[in-house]
Design a protein around this ligand. Structure first.
Ligand code: ADP
Length: 551
């Protein structure tokens, strides 16, 4: 930890909350710029909506959501239409404040008129979402799953999923929502931070009982009941990949702004927490993505009235230590080198130069060290933890093939808990990456490095270079389109720091142009055709410029 700043560059930088240091020119940072903003409830809902518009079937794992206050009229209108067509329909909705966490400010409603409009909605926008009324229950209790996902790289996209996660249980038996039980948080909300205050919360030393268990213990129970656990895993993998595909366009805009291409800078990776609810029919539904999932491996215990002590939590330790350990193994800059040269390491040599670690080959002290590092890190989340890997070059004169050479560090560790799912399944999912391609066009025309918004000139250049204006769509109409959409997005008050057109506004404009140009096709084909068209025009323009350059 470097409370007073750091002098030497490091291999790995471990930031507590978010990417916040623009003075890093090499190595790897454990946070992506803009991730916090990208996974906020409203931004996530918008990104999922865009994907649902393009691919409704593929993205039906995210509950229908509306953004408040701006979409309140739309929510009311859609509610009325549904109710009129089916008077016996008795839905429930959940209102979640944007940027909230740990169940803060969340409430359930039966009717749009129950939305609490006074004060907070104006100052703190929210998402209203279909409530999943029939979750899978275990021991009559509702529970959700926290899965850890490593986004190892954005370009090329590399995603890993931890083989085990946590299941967090409610503490009051579940009943489908009625006006009488809507307010019972211990029945409807699975948040650990809420249920810990219930008298029914059970801390267990076992990973398969109590109010927090491992996900693998749930899978075992399901499997013993004859459930198709393989299919469930494959649905979860698909949910994770599709969600990341929905988030990458926005992340790429932030990335190029903070770490401009062609300039020295770090690469990034990030551990994300996916909150997933299983429906009664075992369909996984995404609730939210956490940019900064809790890595606590202890919980508070009241020893005597008012006296608390932190005690280890075996379930958390089992899952989280493995996630961090294996993240470090995957991003270890020396790993590739080791693989390439097959160099063996003298046992006395440390892997991470953080502290003396004589028992590196034994897993238990390594776990202990991780636990200690995590604990001190939790005490000051703003701290920066850096790891400087020692060179693993053999000592001068040392043979690379000593017969009694110790095993490599990898050999002593358990098999990786993180499973690569992308690019492994890239073929199956790449057709969904349309908005990514729209974002690439957007970034190309941003012009000045360091911005995240497109100015009117950039938008005009995009239209001109792609030859999208014609007698039916004049440059004056282009300007009107730009002004209309940009003004509306900026009035939604998402980011006032910069003026101009944000990515989502550009995506809306792009969809508009695609609909104009390819009227008869379904939306995703319209968009794909326009992307192909633009990419083709830009490639031709580049070739032409090359020829002129040579000439
Ligand atoms: P927070 O970030 O405040 O924890 P979440 O979106 O995770 O907000 O919601 C809190 C809890 O509410 C979830 O853990 C889950 O138990 C419940 N919940 C959230 N959305 C839904 C939903 N659409 N249907 C059913 N339960 C939900």
């Amino acid at each position: 930890q470097f409370p007073f700043g750091r002098r030497l560059p490091c291999d790995i930088y471990w930031h507590g909350v978010s990417f916040h240091d623009n003075n890093i020119f090499s190595g790897q940072v454990n946070k992506f710029p803009g991730m916090m903003e990208t996974v906020r409830k409203i931004t996530l809902s918008r990104a999922m909506r865009t994907m649902q518009d393009l691919f409704p079937l593929e993205y039906n794992f995210y509950p229908r959501s509306w953004i408040l206050p701006e979409e309140l009229p739309l929510f009311v209108a859609e509610f009325r239409v549904m109710k009129d067509s089916n008077p016996s329909w008795k839905p429930t909705f959940i209102v979640k404040p944007d940027g909230g966490c740990q169940g803060d400010g969340i409430y359930l409603i039966k009717d749009p008129s129950d939305i609490r409009l006074t004060g907070s909605i104006q100052s703190r926008p929210a998402v209203v979402q279909e409530y999943i009324c029939k979750p899978l229950l275990m021991d009559k209790l509702k529970f959700d799953i926290r899965l850890y996902v490593l986004l190892k790289s954005l370009e090329p996209l590399e995603i890993y999923i931890a083989k085990d996660g946590l299941s967090r249980f409610c503490t009051q038996p579940y009943q489908e929502p009625t006006l009488k039980n809507l307010h019972q948080v211990f029945m409807h909300l699975t948040n650990y931070s809420l249920n810990i205050h219930s008298g029914n919360f059970i801390h267990s030393d076992s990973v398969n009982t109590g109010s927090k268990r491992t996900f693998s213990s749930i899978l075992c129970r399901l499997s013993s009941r004859g459930a198709d656990v393989k299919k469930l895993w494959s649905d979860i993998i698909s949910l994770v990949i599709k969600t990341i595909i929905a988030l990458t366009p926005e992340l790429k805009v932030y990335y190029q702004s903070d770490i401009p291409a062609g300039k020295p800078g770090p690469t990034c990776f990030q551990i994300l927490g996916f909150d997933i609810l299983l429906m009664k029919n075992l369909k996984p539904m995404l609730l939210e993505v956490n940019a900064n999932p809790s890595m606590r491996i202890e919980h508070e215990q009241e020893l005597s009235p008012g006296v608390f002590e932190n005690v280890p939590s075996p379930v958390d330790e089992e899952v989280k230590v493995a996630v961090i350990r294996d993240t470090l193994r995957l991003v270890d800059p020396q790993k590739k080198k080791r693989k390439d040269t097959q160099v063996t390491v003298p046992p006395q040599q440390q892997w991470f130069g953080v502290q003396e670690h004589p028992g590196l080959w034994d897993l238990s002290p390594w776990r202990g060290w991780m636990g200690g590092a995590l604990r001190s890190f939790q005490a000051d989340p703003s701290a920066v933890l850096c790891c400087r890997c020692q060179s693993l070059e053999p000592a001068p004169g040392a043979s690379e093939e000593l017969p009694d050479a110790p095993p490599s560090p990898e050999a002593a560790l358990p098999s990786l808990c993180l499973k690569q799912v992308f690019p492994k399944y890239a073929k199956q999912f790449s057709y969904l990456r349309l908005v990514d391609r729209v974002a690439a066009l957007f970034i190309r025309f941003l012009g000045v490095k360091g911005t995240t918004k497109l100015g009117p000139t950039g938008f005009r250049t995009f239209i001109r270079n792609c030859k999208l204006s014609n007698s039916n769509f004049s440059m004056a109409a282009v300007d009107i389109l730009y002004i209309d959409i940009t003004r509306r997005w900026n009035s939604m008050g998402i980011d006032h720091k910069e003026s101009g057109m944000c990515l989502q506004a550009f995506v809306e404009a792009f969809f508009c142009l695609a609909q104009k140009k390819y009227k008869s096709l379904p939306l995703h084909e319209q968009v794909e055709s326009l992307i192909d068209f633009c990419e083709c025009r830009l490639a031709a323009l580049r070739d032409k410029r090359l020829v002129w350059g040579c000439g």
